[in-house]
Design a protein around this ligand. Structure first.
Ligand code: SF4
Ligand code: SF4
Length: 294
């Protein structure tokens, strides 16, 4: 590891590294005939490694859920770094307009572009995680992408069912990028039709302001008692006023949608996706307001 070279404005440097990759890299592709972009201009946010929310996620999600300090120390056991010296770098990758528009027309199965974004778009997101880690390491800052860590594991949460040792959406929530909706998706200023990613690094970056104090602040169902449109958009009734039934959702994706994708689209492997609760709803592409449903 080199000694870290002085970066004048580390937040601006990281943001431009992420945006430049998404806006210029050929990796950002649906790998369809037109080689269309999977993701549009990203949002980037930062949170402190010792942010109290990361300790709270442990309590709510499960003890297995890492704090930034835990995954950093596991990755760099010889580094004597305290959590307040770490920054979580988080990003939101909004879907291409055409992908959303194709998915809006669907009522039972995902559009091909949506599935391509789930597969090839997520491959680009993985490359972005690697790219951000490499850029930091090249400049002498130790960094790890928790989702790419060999220690990353799927787990079962007593309260939330399917869970894992790291959640990209929770990192984005802590980093000021959005709040959770009734369907569990994260509603961001670019909406809920997106995927996100993150890296934990030994670098000091001013945290992004969280313009909310409630984890459901942007969802009209929780904030105003309105909407609930994602309930009707789910073909298998996996969303209700009680929230998102992960088991019903997953069973549909892995047993029904996977077969549909295999027989309708030319994609390798066991590809799936859905996103019908993420498109054609008031929070699809923005933070919704009352006027969107009244
Ligand atoms: S569709 Fe409505 S109820 Fe569902 S997450 Fe979005 S704002 Fe909340
Ligand atoms: S992803 Fe599909 S199956 Fe799962 S909750 Fe959303 S609409 Fe329902």
């Amino acid at each position: 590891m080199k000694s870290s070279k002085r970066v004048e404005d580390p937040g601006a440097w990281i943001e431009s590294t992420i945006k430049s990759f998404i806006n210029n890299s050929p990796e950002n592709s649906l790998k369809n005939e037109g080689n269309d972009r999977a993701w549009m201009d990203p949002l980037v946010g930062f949170s402190r490694g010792d942010d109290h929310l990361y300790r709270e996620f442990k309590e709510y999600v499960g003890f297995f859920h890492w704090t930034p300090g835990e995954i950093f120390t596991r990755t760099f056991p010889r580094s004597k770094v305290s959590p307040d010296e770490l920054t979580v770098i988080s990003w939101v990758l909004p879907h291409n307009e055409r992908t959303k528009s194709d998915n809006r027309k669907q009522t039972a199965y995902p559009s091909e572009r949506w599935v391509r974004a789930r597969v090839h778009g997520e491959e680009a997101n993985e490359k972005l995680r690697e790219h951000v880690v490499e850029a930091l390491q090249e400049s002498g800052y130790e960094a790890v992408a928790p989702m790419l860590s060999p220690f990353f594991e799927r787990q079962s949460s007593e309260r939330y069912g399917f869970a894992s040792t790291w959640s990209e959406r929770h990192a984005a929530y802590a980093s000021g990028l959005g709040t959770f909706g009734l369907c569990d998706g994260l509603i961001t200023p670019r909406g809920k039709a997106m995927r996100c990613g993150s890296v934990v690094a030994h670098i000091k970056i001013h945290p992004t302001n969280r313009p909310y104090s409630d984890h459901h602040a942007y969802c009209l169902f929780f904030s105003k008692g309105l909407c609930g449109e994602c309930i009707n958009s789910c073909p298998v009734k996996a969303i209700s006023e009680d929230g998102h039934d992960k088991v019903t959702c997953r069973n549909y994706l892995r047993s029904v949608v996977e077969d549909y994708v295999r027989s309708h689209f030319a994609l390798e492997g066991n590809a799936y996706g859905c996103g019908l609760c993420q498109t054609d709803v008031p929070c699809e592409s923005k933070i919704p307001t009352e006027s969107d449903v009244t």
